[in-house]
Design a protein around this ligand. Structure first.
Ligand code: SF4
Length: 232
């Protein structure tokens, strides 16, 4: 257990969570992506997590949602994308990034030479904010623990934050300083030992197509980090 406590990722969770995790899975969690003994254990842990908040009403978004949008993708993903919250189509289907922004995100992922099935996509809040407004601080703070659990279970090599809201609520949920996406995009950030790369949200890219070139540069940095081939 000591190696885990020496890792900054352990700070994501309290000791009780870690003890519980070890006692229920019978396996030791480490920084290594392949260190959990059962090949399906990440999938099972994600299913258990999903079940644990299927009736969540910890914040006001519970009263207007149609579906909780847990997230979707490969439990063994090396790469996670994190957006801010579900939109109307996502709320209808219970899946993340399935509207116009999602279609662009799929193209961005495929341009990297991988598919949506290879990555895991989640949001800061799991229920749709009305009228697609940004999540409120109290909503993000109520929900962020679920995302942290997803990150801990999947243990990705790289996390891409899509847009300013995702970046700010992930890196500093207390909201002490406003982190600007234009300034920080394409620069490596640290989240408890996880490598985080912010880039523009696909919805912003749909409104500002000239920024797609910048987003592609950012994704190429991720490709280099993951050892993916870049076809220029
Ligand atoms: S947004 Fe998150 S915390 Fe709020 S009700 Fe939905 S699942 Fe619960």
């Amino acid at each position: 257990m000591s190696s885990f406590f020496n890792n900054p990722r352990a700070l994501l969770f309290g000791i009780d969570d870690i003890m519980k995790s070890e006692s229920t899975t019978g396996s030791k969690i480490s920084i290594n992506n392949n260190s959990i003994s059962s090949p399906n254990s990440k999938e099972i842990q994600l299913q258990e997590l999903r079940e644990s908040f299927k009736n969540c009403n910890k914040c006001g978004l519970a009263s207007t949602r149609k579906n909780i949008v847990f997230g979707d993708g490969n439990p063994e993903a090396r790469l996670m994308f994190i957006g801010e919250g579900p939109g109307a189509e996502e709320d209808n289907q219970g899946l993340p990034f399935v509207g116009r922004s999602g279609q662009l995100l799929t193209k961005m992922i495929e341009a990297m030479g991988i598919s949506r099935k290879d990555v895991f996509i989640a949001n800061i809040v799991k229920c749709r904010p009305p009228e697609n407004r940004d999540p409120l601080m109290e909503e993000a703070q109520a929900c962020i623990g679920y995302l942290r659990s997803q990150i801990q279970i999947i243990n990705p090599e790289v996390i891409v934050c899509l847009g300013s809201v995702s970046l700010n609520f992930l890196l500093q949920p207390e909201g002490k300083v406003k982190l600007g996406i234009s300034k920080l995009r394409g620069t490596w950030q640290d989240f408890y030992g996880y490598k985080v790369l912010p880039t523009f949200h696909p919805a912003y890219l749909l409104r500002n197509p000239s920024k797609k070139a910048d987003a592609w540069k950012d994704l190429q940095k991720v490709m280099v980090e993951l050892g993916l081939e870049i076809n220029k």
